[in-house]
Write a protein that binds this ligand. Structure first.
Ligand SMILES: C[S@@+](CC[C@H](N)C(=O)[O-])C[C@H]1O[C@@H](n2cnc3c(N)ncnc32)[C@H](O)[C@@H]1O
Length: 368
């Protein structure tokens, strides 16, 4: 059984969710492109005349761009479609949650589990992760202390099918979510067969499942602060017979022994974590890696060094209005420098923008 079989919209729910997906495509497609066109044809030339030189920071153009009809239309579509998305997902979530809870109850008493779930109700969850509705997900990622609370995981899966797909990641809720990580490992370290893997910010672990399948001989540990995601991740991994060990721990202080993992990885963690903790997370990666080990992270390619100012303004709007508190902090970091500061040898570090289809991803990592 897969996650798709736990979270299955009825045809009517699916029609509503597809309608929202259509609006997401409009927001992320022609509406966003219109903002870029208006920026290039109107806002940029005006800024150049006003400043006497080409603008170099988003602050020099954001006021004027944010006042255009194109920007306002994009902002309304983006904000409204996000709210509609959560409303549409909620119908399915509420309907399937009791069934998911009874599946989890059966799992608790099942004699032979392949993996495990270790929760720590005393874990101090850093703000703003603990008190922010990331992506404006109702209740946030963390959820409640109720041992049956699977709702954050159900909502997260529901959103993968709309939010991520609406951004061009068609395989966001299936094994394809691990594509970037697996293809990078294959290309950079073709003979590497890790025996022990640590996955930071694993969430519901959809990508973890694909990586665990690719390295069946490895012991796989996933870490996340959000109990509601981990419970659901544990349920769907066990339903698929995959031996993944989920732990509610902080990626910046995992508590695992030094030099105990061959591979430390993450998928879209760094743009979703408190950017002040980012150096600590990288130091933790260095600490837990064995000699000869590999660190590999896949994330979004929103670095300010790469984006035009109009895209920077749109991303910063998402920070303030659309539940993306960490985007700007992440986008302004130089990951190559951060990895060196965390103790990785400069010649062993890599950063790369990877294109697949129309979307561009960012990968960074190092070997030790
Ligand atoms: C965008 S989600 C990605 C989840 C999963 N990796 C995926 O690809 O679907 C980011 C995850 O990082 C987790 N997270 C953020 N900061 C963390 C931290 N300091 N320690 C552990 N997990 C963290 C969040 O709870 C969330 O589950």
């Amino acid at each position: 059984m897969s996650d798709q079989q736990v979270y299955v919209p009825t045809p009517l729910e699916k029609a509503r969710q597809d309608f929202v997906l259509g609006i997401k495509f409009l927001a992320n497609g022609i509406a966003q492109q219109r903002v870029r066109d208006v920026y290039r044809h109107d806002v940029l030339p005006q800024a150049e005349r006003r400043l006497g030189h080409a603008p170099t920071t988003r602050r020099e153009v954001e006021r004027d761009l944010a006042r255009t009809t194109a920007f306002r239309s994009w902002a309304v579509l983006t904000h409204r479609s996000q709210g509609m998305m959560w409303d549409a997902i909620e119908a399915t979530t509420r309907r399937v949650a009791p069934q998911a809870v009874s599946q989890l109850a059966s799992l608790r008493t099942a004699p032979a589990k392949r993996g495990s779930l270790e929760l720590d109700p005393a874990l101090e969850i850093p703000t703003p992760i603990s008190n922010t509705e990331i992506h404006r997900q109702p209740g946030g990622f963390v959820g409640s202390a109720d041992p049956d609370d699977l709702v954050p995981g159900l909502r997260y899966i529901g959103a993968s099918l709309i939010y991520a797909v609406g951004k061009g990641q068609a395989k966001a809720a299936s094994d394809g979510r691990a594509h970037n990580l697996l293809s990078q490992l294959q290309a950079r370290f073709p003979d590497f067969r890790p025996r022990r893997i640590l996955d930071l910010g694993c969430g519901v672990g959809v990508h973890s499942q694909a990586i665990a399948l690719a390295f069946p001989e490895a012991e796989y540990h996933g870490v996340d602060v959000a109990a509601g995601l981990l419970r659901f991740g544990h349920l769907i991994a066990e339903q698929r017979g995959l031996p993944i060990h989920f732990h509610q721990r902080d990626a910046s202080r995992t508590g695992f022994e030094a030099a105990s993992f061959d591979l430390v990885l993450s998928n879209i963690l760094f743009h979703e974590t408190n950017s002040a903790r980012l150096p600590q997370i990288l130091r933790e990666c260095r600490r837990v890696l064995k000699p000869g080990g590999v660190m590999l992270h896949a994330d979004v390619a929103t670095q300010t060094s790469r984006l035009e100012l109009d895209d920077q303004v749109m991303n910063d709007w998402q920070v303030r209005w659309n539940g993306e508190p960490f985007w700007t902090g992440y986008a302004e970091r130089d990951m190559h420098k951060e990895m060196i500061a965390a103790g990785f040898a400069p010649e062993q570090c890599f950063t790369e923008y990877v294109t697949h289809g129309k979307s561009v991803g960012f990968v960074f990592g190092a070997s030790v």
